[in-house]
Write a protein that binds this ligand. Structure first.
Ligand code: COA
Length: 687
């Protein structure tokens, strides 16, 4: 786990070795304390260097220990740090790879820090609903300008050693020979033979700390204020202006309170399920095929977004369209995107040139012969997609992966028109495709394991969160969102107004309520689909016609300045119009419902229960492989924040008997045709 070598130059080299990322679990913590003590007592040793592995100095606390007794088993990280603090010999951190969270705090305990230029340092705790708990909130403002220290802790994003080279955090940044550089510095410190200055001993500029906290507090947005960790961080950093021991105590109290918060529990869970989700089940273990050259068919918003994501990740891209105009528009969209990045200073011009060199646009199907993966992103219509796939089948090389970006259609129906259905996979990107992290990787009945493996590997390469899905209407996300949206429509008939439902769900945590979302995306798409399905709908089914009535009078959503809400100069009006209220009331009367107001909590519970029920059904059908995948989809694609968690995480926090009872009631009110997940389905999902 750890090694210690005494080098000829009287340096004790402590090598952290806890694969894969040197997380600071109990074993490693124990070893560090023992080795520091041994080195301190060894007269041969003049100074100590702590080094990690190439990939990681240390990624911090072992997340797997959170919430278990091991997290608080001595030596805790604070004790490890105290043992370095108390050490009479200089200790230098030699940092390569990542130094995150507790890993950075370990480095902060050392008397000096040397880093490879490529190393990345940061405090990601805020992303887990926490603040650093072992001194970073007190030490960083002593080493760096307080506003910079605070910005680093607020973002949770790591910075490179090069970015931090002048910050005061690092003593030296080197391109190579890390251990030599750290040893030289350690011996220098030993030779100077004076009282060793640690981060904790430095004075802090109290006025600058206060100013930084005041400025940052004023800028906290709604998202941040909804999470207790942000205000706690302000409190902790403010306390760094107090005597060190007092500030440390405050940091500890805040950390322990946050550790018990529901937000931190949800974020921890999300961390775990997101990492599990990209692993394929054993039956699908196969080496991915090549995906270095991707063709995107369709240069619309979706196609361009996919092309941008592929280009940004270093892939070669060929964009294919039918009409020169559409191709030119798509090309312009991509050019504008990268030009804006350059202008904003987020991309240097040289790199942009490199990106453009990897992009080809064409009207010629023959260009497909050299590509590894084809991603079709044309109009969402089966016949259109099938005709594209027929062309792809004629032109793509043998062994190319043929992907469709459908969001609802049957992958098998698309695959049925090609001579190689085993090469077909669904890659459901979310719009804008270069921003949204979620990618549903859909398995058709013939999809080969290595094709699925390619879909998942390509997703990871694009820095997406790929989720394996079965081929069923709406896959995971749209199917659950549909059940949720439908339930919200029922609640309109039952007595709530759109703004009440939207507010209740936004207060619950959703980025936007369902009716504001519907207005934003336009009501006409759903209207068209409803009309297309009208002939197959059972007349006994509970069908809410409000959306159709709105569309019939031209209220197509935000783009028409009117939908569920009215928009004045693009600004949504707080209360729905009389005309909309009348439509809603009439719909209720037609169903024989006596409208009665719904409490916010009832609205929230009905919306969540509807999702849980649908999740249990689709899990039983095998559409999702792991229950946690469902939450990963909802959180990354449908506006449920990670600190609230998805429906599965929510349902697990409810009493099982009341959940079952409420589900009975819900299904009854959903009317004819509503399917309730069986108790067995529910336990398979939640246990
Ligand atoms: N504790 C325990 N395990 C951790 C961990 C941590 N702090 N950080 C990463 N891991 C594990 C992952 O679960 C994964 O395990 P697996 O291979 O069994 O699935 C493995 O390390 C690799 O992580 P992954 O994220 O897949 O690799 P990566 O190379 O993309 O990223 C890191 C590596 C370290 C940058 C990234 O994992 C990370 O940011 N970790 C979080 C660090 C953190 O939040 N620390 C502060 C805790 S308070």
């Amino acid at each position: 786990m750890t090694n210690q070598e005494i080098q000829a130059d009287r340096i004790a080299l402590i090598e952290l070795n806890n694969p894969p990322v040197n997380s600071l679990g109990i074993q490693l913590r124990r070893h560090i304390v023992e080795l520091i003590r041994a080195a301190e007592d060894d007269p041969q040793v003049a100074a100590i260097v702590i080094v990690g592995k190439d990939k990681a100095f240390s990624a911090g606390a072992d997340v797997a220990e959170f919430g278990t007794p091991m997290q608080f088993e001595e030596p805790m990280l604070r004790t490890v740090i105290e043992s370095i603090d108390a050490c009479r010999k200089p200790v230098v951190a030699a940092i390569s790879g990542v130094a995150l969270g507790g890993g950075l705090e370990l480095a902060l305990a050392c008397h000096a820090r040397v880093a490879l230029a490529s190393a990345r340092l940061g405090t990601p705790e805020i992303q887990l609903g926490l603040i650093p708990g072992s001194g970073a909130t007190q030490k960083l403002p002593r080493l760096m300008r307080p506003e910079r220290a605070l910005a680093m802790m607020l973002s949770g994003q790591p910075l490179t050693a090069v970015q931090l080279s002048e910050s005061g955090l690092l003593d030296r940044v080197v391109e190579q020979d890390l251990v030599d550089a750290a040893s030289t510095l350690a011996l220098d410190l030993a030779r100077q033979n004076m009282t060793l200055l640690r981060a904790r001993d430095r004075t802090v500029n109290a006025a600058a700390v206060d100013q930084a906290v005041a400025d940052a507090s004023a800028k906290l947005n709604r998202r941040q204020l909804a999470q207790p960790a942000y205000l706690a961080l302000m409190d902790a950093v403010k306390s760094s202006a107090l005597p060190f021991a007092v500030g440390m105590q405050r940091e500890r109290e805040l950390f322990l309170t946050l550790m018990k918060s529901s937000e931190a529990a949800a974020l921890r869970y999300q961390f775990r399920v997101e990492r599990e989700s990209s692993k394929l089940p054993a039956s699908m273990h196969a080496a991915p095929r090549a995906f270095g050259h991707v063709a995107v068919i369709g240069a619309g918003t979706m196609g361009s977004g996919i092309a941008i994501a592929a280009l940004e990740s270093g892939l070669q891209v060929t964009m294919l369209e039918q009409s020169p105009d559409a191709l030119a528009q798509g090309r312009a969209r991509i050019d504008q995107y990268f030009a804006a990045r350059v202008k904003a200073g987020k991309l240097d011009a040289g790199r942009a040139d490199g990106i453009f060199a990897r992009l080809a646009t064409t009207l010629d199907w023959a260009a497909l012969k050299s590509v590894d993966v084809v991603v079709e992103a044309v109009f969402e219509d089966l016949a259109v997609k099938q005709s594209v796939f027929r062309m792809v089948d004629q032109h793509a090389r043998v062994g190319a992966v043929l992907a469709t970006n459908t969001s609802y259609l049957d992958i098998d129906a698309i695959a049925s028109v090609v001579s190689r259905p085993h090469d077909v996979v669904g890659l459901h990107f979310f719009s804008p495709a270069n921003v949204m992290k979620l990618l549903e990787v859909v398995q058709g009945k013939a999809s080969a394991p290595d094709v699925m493996a390619t879909g998942m590997a390509l997703g990871k390469h694009l820095k997406k969160i790929p989720i394996l899905c079965g081929n069923a209407f709406g896959f995971i996300g749209n199917r659950i969102y549909n059940a949720y949206r439908k339930q919200c429509e029922f609640m309109l008939e039952d007595g709530a107004w759109p703004e009440e439902i939207d507010k209740a769900l936004a207060d619950f945590g959703f980025a936007m309520g369902p009716f504001a979302v519907a207005d934003l995306s336009g009501l006409d798409i759903a209207w068209r689909m409803r009309k297309a399905n009208a002939s197959t709908r059972d007349p006994r089914e509970r069908y809410v016609s409000i959306l159709d009535s709105l569309c019939e009078i031209g209220r197509l959503g935000r783009k028409a300045q009117a939908g569920y809400y009215t928009y004045v100069d693009g600004k949504q009006q707080a209360v729905t119009d009389e005309v909309v209220r009348v439509i809603i009331e009439r719909a209720g009367i037609a169903r024989g419902i006596t409208r009665a107001p719904l409490q916010a909590e009832v609205i929230q519970r009905r919306a969540m229960l509807a999702m849980v029920n649908e999740a249990a059904l689709l899990f039983a059908e095998g559409v999702a492989h792991r229950a946690g995948d469902i939450d990963v989809v909802l959180v990354n694609g449908y506006g449920l924040p990670a600190w609230v968690g998805g429906p599965i995480h929510w349902a697990r926090s409810q009493t099982r008997s009341s959940l079952a009872h409420e589900l009975d009631q819900l299904i009854e009110s959903n009317g004819f045709g509503a399917v309730r997940a069986t108790p067995h389905m529910l336990s398979s999902l939640l246990d």
